[in-house]
Ligand binder design. Structure first.
Ligand SMILES: Cc1ncc(C[n+]2csc(CCOP(=O)(O)OP(=O)(O)O)c2C)c(N)n1
Ligand SMILES: [Mg+2]
Length: 677
């Protein structure tokens, strides 16, 4: 259905500082039109929610328009980056698309920009650098930092805008992001929307900084100030100057905007926690009537009345259009989980002659190849620069490729991963090293809630490689030894590779790199230096997404991955010499998506299944393998499947305890021998 034509007062979505100073009334009328649109549409959305026509809830921006409208009008929407919060509806309306697109989102109909997979304000427009917010407050800041950096690297003089409330200001992500932006000297304006409440909790119960949150800027070595966002004219003038300054200096800025939340937290909020007279005081500062009075006094009453009539009619026509759209279709949901594959990158067939290297060196070699051949690549992580990484995988890369492309990050896994997501959204392809896989739990929100869900909810691709030095057996204790594969892979939207040889590790990094999705690359620390092997360019590198058969036999099918491939191979050799039983042995290599065809064919022949992995037994990866193969092949099996895994404990420290905890060659032999009967 065609969308209603917007009235002329919405023709302009831009406001440059020159217009603001040369013809103030024209500028204010433009601001007023968008503020009126945002307020009236927000109120109408609340009505529709109360009528049951909009689901979930709605968190209106009523009272925040004095900030968000001037800001969105002043931003350069052809290059800048932004991520609005749940109070930024007016900003969404200005940044891109038609009011109907935004209402379709709220109505969660078939035309919704998120295909109705997300509701209310959880949309954006990634292709126009408006990054959709996830609910986790604070998480979007680092995405804006990354996408802004990407724009600058592409030679565009962009500014990033990112917002958080007084409530969000207490999250760790806010601190990590402010520090990161300052450290990288990126032109991002951080705006605190201080409306004095986080849901029902007043600022006095959140922090002791009162109304001076902006003073935190000094702690990050950046400038900061506060402004009264209930005065749109002053706000527009202040923001115009601030944006120009940040654009030219490339230094971040922290602005605390004193703003309002006139309708409480959300549609269901009864606001009975407000102090007597507080609501009246809020409404007395409402920026919309204040601006109207200013324009009336300047003689624009007739213009205001006609503009409001036009906008009311337009909003009503758009509401009817959105309500008439068909309901969404569940078809295609699963196909959209991952961004589609693209053809292989045009890799040079190098190194053509084999290099005799360890697995750590093989991964370093793959980095070197990527950095040499792919200008959009970047490598980041803790101590990966001069030091070459905790396991020396990135040794020498900084020297050869420079600090702009190979750089150390502070201890801020969440913001650094969010930053990498932002880079990836804008066309760069970052490779992030976690010092130990264990520390990726610090970035769990960015990995599992943000990156993993991105394509499904927005259609945007996040090509990102997260390298995870994994696993135990090295007496590193419980915080440096874990297998987190089943922890992460219970979340849809992540791909995962887990190579067991230097050549596979080399291939895996190339395959992960060119994938259009977030890929977890598990690298077992015990394999980093377990001998040197020949590694060279392999035109079949994409086969890493399929299991590899390492042994052929007929008694049972062993499925394993990582370091366990080596222990299982030794155990199988022992069993075949002592018991004359031979095994098919598959190295899974790709944990997600699972490709089990070759394994099914093997089980159909051997009629027995053994799964061996280093992660814990309960909820471990083997549970999925056994369940899936058992479900599909129940009548092919002649014995119950055997699972060999670690104990359901934290990884213990002492070598004696650790080898009691995890599978060893001896334990694998014993378990299989007992099972064979
Ligand atoms: C990390 C996190 N914890 C809890 C919530 C649930 N929640 C949603 S909005 C909100 C209050 C946010 O307050 P503030 O940041 O001041 O923004 P405001 O709603 O006032 O604009 C809370 C607690 C969340 N979204 N994210
Ligand atoms: Mg608040």
């Amino acid at each position: 259905m065609a969308f209603p034509t917007p009235p002329a007062c919405l023709a302009q979505r831009d406001l440059r500082s020159a217009v603001l100073t040369a013809d103030t009334d024209a500028a204010l009328l433009r601001i007023y039109a968008w503020m009126y649109l945002a307020r009236t549409a927000d109120n109408r959305i609340l009505d529709l929610f109360r009528q049951g026509l909009i689901k979930g809830t709605v968190t209106g921006g009523q009272g925040n328009e004095g900030l968000i409208v001037p800001l969105a009008l002043l931003a350069d929407k052809s290059i800048d980056v932004i991520s609005f919060t749940h109070r930024g509806f007016g900003g969404h309306l200005i940044w891109s698309d038609h009011l109907c697109d935004h209402l379709n989102q709220y109505c969660a109909n078939a035309q919704s920009p998120t295909k109705a997979r997300e509701g209310n304000i959880h949309h954006g427009d990634p292709k126009n650098r408006s990054l959709p917010m996830i609910s986790h407050l604070g998480a979007m800041l680092s995405n804006v930092i990354g996408a802004t950096d990407s724009q600058r690297r592409l030679g565009r003089k962009a500014v990033g805008f990112t917002f958080f409330g007084d409530g969000g200001s207490s999250t760790g992500d806010i601190h990590e992001s402010l520090n990161l932006a300052s450290l990288l000297s990126l032109p991002v304006i951080f705006i605190i929307e201080n409306n004095q409440y986080a849901y029902s909790t007043p600022v006095s119960e959140q922090f002791t900084a009162g109304t001076e949150l902006w003073k935190r800027a000094a702690g990050y070595g950046i400038e900061g100030f506060s402004l009264d966002a209930t005065d749109p004219e002053a706000t527009a003038n202040t923001l115009a100057a601030a944006i120009e300054k940040v654009r030219s200096t490339s230094r971040p800025l922290l602005i605390e905007a004193h703003t309002l939340r006139l309708r409480g937290h959300a549609a269901y909020d009864t606001c009975d926690y407000l102090l007597p007279g507080e609501s009246e005081r809020f409404f007395s500062r409402d920026p919309l009537p204040k601006l109207r009075a200013r324009l009336e006094a300047a003689g624009h009453t007739a213009r205001l009345t006609s503009l409001e009539t036009e906008l009311n009619d337009f909003i009503e026509a758009c509401v009817q259009t959105a309500l008439a759209a068909p309901r969404p279709d569940p078809a295609g949901m699963e196909a959209d989980l991952f961004a589609p594959d693209s053809p292989p990158l045009p890799w040079k067939p190098e190194p053509a002659t084999p290099r005799h290297v360890t697995m750590a060196q093989a991964i370093g070699l793959a980095h070197r190849k990527i950095l040499t051949e792919r200008p959009e690549s970047l490598v980041l992580g803790q101590d990966i620069g001069t030091y070459g990484g905790a396991f020396k995988v990135t040794d020498g890369l900084l020297k050869d490729f420079g600090r702009a492309r190979v750089f150390n990050t502070p201890l801020a896994e969440s913001a650094c991963t969010g930053y990498a997501i932002g880079l990836a959204l804008n066309g760069h392809r970052p490779i992030e090293e976690f010092q130990f896989a264990d520390f990726s739990t610090e970035a769990a929100t960015q990995i599992t809630q943000n990156a993993a869900t991105y394509h499904f909810r927005s259609g945007a691709a996040v090509p990102l490689v997260l390298r995870l030095p994994t696993g135990g057996g090295l007496t590193f204790g419980s915080f440096h030894s874990q297998e987190l594969d089943s922890f992460f892979l219970s979340i849809p939207g992540l791909k995962a590779l887990y190579p067991s040889t230097p050549q596979d590790a080399f291939n895996a990094l190339l395959a992960a790199y060119e994938d259009n999705n977030p890929v977890l690359l598990f690298e077992h620390k015990g394999l980093y230096r377990r001998g040197k092997f020949d590694v060279s360019w392999d035109p079949h590198y994409r086969d890493i997404w399929q299991p590899a058969q390492r042994l052929a036999g007929d008694f049972a099918t062993i499925v394993t991955y990582g370091e366990m491939v080596h222990l299982a191979t030794e155990a199988a050799a022992y069993l075949s010499s002592e018991y004359e039983r031979t095994f098919d042995l598959f190295d899974l290599r790709a944990l997600a998506p699972l490709r089990l065809d070759a394994i099914r064919a093997s089980v159909a022949r051997t009629h027995r299944l053994i799964v061996i992995h280093e992660g814990r037994l309960t909820h471990g990866f083997g549970a999925e393998l056994v369940a899936r193969l058992g479900e599909e092949m129940f009548f092919d099996l002649e014995a119950p499947p055997l699972r060999i895994a670690s104990l359901d404990l934290p990884v213990p420290f002492a070598p004696e305890l650790e080898s009691a905890y995890r599978p060893t060659k001896e334990k694998i032999v014993d378990r299989i021998a007992t099972w064979m009967g």
